[in-house]
Ligand binder design. Structure first.
Ligand code: ARG
Length: 461
């Protein structure tokens, strides 16, 4: 495109170098912001007309032209030109072709610097709200599974070693807490994203008598910028969003890791549904948890997006710098990762088949009731350190014999302490070990019921 045709070509004598056209163009990715760009421009045009800065007719012409452009884009008829650099100039150029001189008045009192900040805020806000809905869907799926497995027990681990029996519902509900905090973080970030930068113009504000509050109101935003330099040049709202996305992915990745481990035939705690697994091209027996693996892997790219953005911003003097055009792709990449990951995890979990029988066997072979015996002895007056020692000896004995503590006779158990009596067998029962932990937030069934009720009412909010 020749310099005469560029929207900013007035003071230029030579054309842009062809390689530079490609290098500077962002329309290949920022075209995704078209709906927000058009909404922002419509609000700006309406405000200009209301303030008497442009005529009512010009305002109308602009708004109708923008509506037509929106239809053209949605119908796939709009011709995007990389030579017009970005989404803003593509749309403005088409507007002027469609409606003539009024189109040339749209940019009054506005710069692409406040325009892009507004568009991006609107876009990020929409994404955060979409993630928040998807989070709710996933939390609902977890609660559904927790309700089914209120009485299913499995080995709880520390150091990834079998530690104490817990209920599967309790394990799944742990993730609902992480995801609820993620949701809270998103809603908190939405508050700060929902601020309109329009009226800051290039960096210093404008001499036109704009009404930025009206624009903010039309767009459903909570307020307007307090400092023009800040609002055109900070991108902390994007960073916050990508950080929220990073935490969501981190939580999903941990759940993926557990699903991958549980699906291993040596565990066999879960069976993946065919819809969320793949086979091997060479080994016929395999059913691979690729979906969970990919989600764990994609977590890394979101962290990469976060670091890219932090690095992008760290050395920029005030106010707008073109470096900031590099803010879009990391965010879009994060969105394209977080949104499907949340949806897929909800689907995968819904179809995951847990195997309570096998989890029960794992409890018995892992001496997961050893703490119960130590606590039992301590409750009968033996100093806990001695109780720990005596229980250790009992475990070694049972291990040697190839059975669980609960399989030993009373006489055998009494070798380790004569404080042990018939009532020990209730204590050694896995179910009772779980049932006795109804403290708030504990793994006992009453506690689990309370957690489920709390999540259900949270979901209904
Ligand atoms: N495409 C640009 C971006 O995303 C829009 C703002 C351009 N502003 C400017 N002064 N060149 O950052």
């Amino acid at each position: 495109m020749t310099k005469e045709k560029k929207l900013w070509g007035g003071r230029f004598q030579d054309n842009t170098a062809p390689l530079v056209e490609d290098y500077t163009s962002s329309v290949a990715f920022d075209a995704r912001l078209y709906a927000q760009d058009i909404a922002g421009s419509k609000a700006h045009a309406a405000m200009l007309a209301q303030q008497g800065i442009i005529s009512e007719q010009d305002g109308q012409a602009i708004i109708q032209g923008l509506e037509q452009i929106s239809q053209e884009i949605e119908a796939g008829e709009f011709v995007w030109s990389k030579d017009l650099e970005d989404v803003h100039m593509n749309i403005e150029h088409r507007l002027t072709t469609l409606v003539g001189v009024p189109g040339q008045k749209l940019h009054t009192g506005r710069s692409r610097n406040d325009q892009v900040a507004l568009d991006f805020r609107l876009y990020v806000r929409d994404c955060l709200l979409e993630w928040s809905q998807l989070l709710r869907g996933l939390i609902a799926a977890l609660v559904g599974k927790a309700m089914e497995h209120r009485d299913t027990l499995l080995p709880g681990c520390t150091h990834f070693q079998p530690a104490q029996p817990i209920s599967l519902a309790h394990h799944l509900l742990a993730y609902t807490q992480m995801l609820r905090r993620d949701h809270e973080r998103l809603m908190d970030a939405v508050k700060r994203v929902s601020i309109s930068p329009l009226g800051a113009a290039a960096l210093a504000g404008t001499t036109h008598a704009l009404d930025p509050d009206q624009v903010a109101q039309t767009l459903g935003l909570n307020g307007v910028f307090a400092n023009s330099l800040d609002t055109v040049s900070d991108r902390d709202f994007v960073l916050e969003a990508v950080f929220c996305g990073s935490l969501i992915m981190m939580h999903l990745s941990r759940l993926c890791e557990e699903i991958i481990i549980w699906a291993n035939p040596q565990f066999a705690f879960v069976r993946l549904s065919d819809a969320y697994a793949t086979g091997s091209s060479i080994m016929p027996q395999k059913k691979n948890p690729d979906v969970a693996e990919l989600m764990r892997g994609k977590t890394g790219r979101v962290y990469g997006d976060l670091v890219a953005l932090l690095t992008l911003m760290k050395g920029l003097p005030l106010a707008y710098n073109r470096d900031m055009q590099e803010d879009k792709e990391p965010f879009l990449d994060t969105h394209d990762t977080v949104a499907p990951s949340l949806a897929i995890m909800a689907g995968m979990l819904g179809e995951l088949e847990f195997c309570p029988e096998i989890m029960g066997q794992a409890l018995r072979s892992g001496f997961l009731n050893a703490t119960e015996l130590a606590d039992y002895l301590a409750a009968k007056g033996m100093p806990f350190r001695q109780a720990h020692h005596a229980t250790g000896a009992a475990v070694a004995y049972a291990e040697e014999k190839g059975c669980g503590l609960e399989d030993l006779s009373l006489e055998e158990l009494r070798q380790f302490s004569d404080l042990i009596a018939q009532d020990v067998f209730v204590v050694l029962d896995y179910k009772s070990a779980v049932a006795r932990r109804n403290v708030p937030g504990g793994t006992g069934p009453d506690s689990v019921d309370r957690q489920i009720a709390d999540c259900t009412s949270w979901l209904d909010l």
